[in-house]
Design a protein around this ligand. Structure first.
Ligand code: NCD
Length: 317
C-alpha cells in the first residue's frame, strides 16, 4: 500500500515486482466476460490533465472504471485553467468535491510532488507525466510488457535480471526514459542510452546506465529490447539536430537496422510515434513491435497502481 505514485525512483526491485504481479492479477480479471470489479466502489478518481494526452488519459479512465470508481476527467483546455486558474486553486476545488485520487499530468517537472506534499488536497496522487521528469506508469507498463514477452504465463514474481535494453532518441526531454532508467535497472536490467550529443542530458553521469551516440554500435550488442523515444518537438526551444532527414538517418530505427537485430529482440515505443522519423512504419507494425501490447497492458498496470494507492482509503469497498 502506498500513499502516492510519483516516481519509479525508490520503488526498488521488490516494490516493482509487487506492482507488476498485481497487474498480472488485474489482467486475468480482464479476460472475464464481466470486466468490472467492485474494488474501488465509492471512491472518486479525478484525471487532471494540463497537457494533451490520448492513451494515458483513456487508459487511466478505463482502469478506474473497471475498478468501479467514479471518474471525473478534467482537461485544462476548456476549463478555468485556460483562464489562468492555478494548480492550487484547481486542486482545492477538487478536494472540496471529494476527490480520493488525482491522476495528474502537468507540463512542469515536479508538479506531482508539489501536489502530493502541498496540503491542497488529501487525495492520493498518481503522476501521469510531469514535464521532462517522470512518467512512472509508462515505465511500469513497459517493464510488464518486457516481462510478459520474455516469460509469458510464468512472469509472476520475476524481475528483469540479465535483460539488456537500449533506449534511443530524445532522452533529454523524455520522462519515459527517466522513469524507465530507474525502474528497469532496479529490476536488474542493464540500460544503455543512445542519442545525439545534444539530446543526452548532462545529468546521466550519475545514472546507472551506459550511454553513447552511435546507434549502430549499440544495436550490434544484440540487445533484448530496443526502446525508441518520440522526438518531442513541443519541448524543443532550439535546434537540436540539423534536419529530420539527418535525424532519421542516424537515429531512426529503419527496417535495415531492425533486420540486423536478433529475431527475438523487441522493439518498443510509448507512442505517439513519428513514423518515418524515429521509427520506420514497417518496424512499428512488425511482429517484434510491442506498441499495441504496451497500450493494452497499460490498463492492467494502471488498475494495479490505482488499487495500490486507493484500496486502503475511506470509501473503498
Ligand atoms: C509519452 C509522454 O507523454 O510522456 N507518451 C505517453 O504517455 N504514451 C511519451 C511521449 O509523449 O513521447
Amino acid at each position: 500500500m502506498s500513499d502516492h505514485l510519483l516516481s519509479t525512483r525508490g520503488l526498488g526491485r521488490d516494490g516493482g515486482v509487487a506492482l507488476l504481479d498485481i497487474a498480472e492479477d488485474m489482467a486475468d480479471t480482464q479476460q472475464r466476460q464481466v470486466k468490472k470489479l467492485p474494488t474501488l466502489r465509492g471512491t472518486t478518481v479525478v484525471n487532471l490533465f494540463f497537457e494533451d494526452s490520448t492513451r494515458t488519459r483513456i487508459s487511466f479512465e478505463a482502469a478506474a472504471k473497471r475498478l468501479s470508481a467514479d471518474v471525473i476527467t478534467f482537461s485544462a483546455k476548456g476549463s478555468s485553467v485556460s483562464k489562468g486558474e492555478s494548480l492550487q486553486d484547481t486542486a482545492q476545488t477538487l478536494q472540496a468535491m471529494g476527490a480520493d485520487g488525482i491522476v495528474l499530468r502537468h507540463p512542469a517537472s515536479g508538479a506531482a510532488e508539489v501536489l502530493a506534499s502541498s496540503g491542497w488536497t488529501r487525495a492520493a496522487v498518481v503522476n501521469a507525466g510531469d514535464g521532462t521528469h517522470e512518467h512512472p506508469t509508462q515505465a511500469l507498463l513497459d517493464a510488464y510488457t518486457i516481462r510478459k514477452r520474455l516469460h509469458g504465463d510464468a512472469s509472476r514474481g520475476r524481475d528483469l535480471d540479465g535483460v539488456s535494453v537500449v533506449i534511443v532518441g530524445d532522452v533529454l526531454h523524455s520522462r519515459v526514459a527517466r522513469s524507465n532508467v530507474w525502474l528497469l535497472t532496479a529490476l536488474g536490467a542493464s540500460v544503455r542510452l543512445v542519442a545525439p550529443p545534444t539530446l543526452l542530458p548532462g545529468a546521466i553521469g550519475g545514472w546507472p546506465v551506459e550511454s553513447g551516440i552511435d546507434l549502430d554500435a549499440a544495436l550490434a550488442t544484440a540487445p533484448d529490447v530496443v526502446m525508441m523515444l518520440r522526438v518531442q518537438r513541443e519541448r524543443m526551444t532550439e535546434a537540436y539536430f540539423p534536419s529530420s532527414r539527418e535525424y532519421a538517418a542516424l537515429y531512426g530505427l529503419s527496417a535495415d537496422r531492425a533486420a540486423r537485430l536478433p529475431e527475438s529482440s523487441l522493439v518498443m515505443h510509448p507512442g505517439p510515434m513519428n513514423r518515418g522519423l524515429e521509427i520506420a512504419g514497417e518496424v512499428a507494425d512488425s511482429a517484434r513491435s510491442t506498441v499495441l501490447e504496451q497500450v493494452e497492458n497499460g490498463v492492467a498496470v494502471r488498475m494495479a497502481v490505482l488499487y495500490d494507492v486507493l484500496a486502503g482509503r475511506r470509501g473503498a469497498a
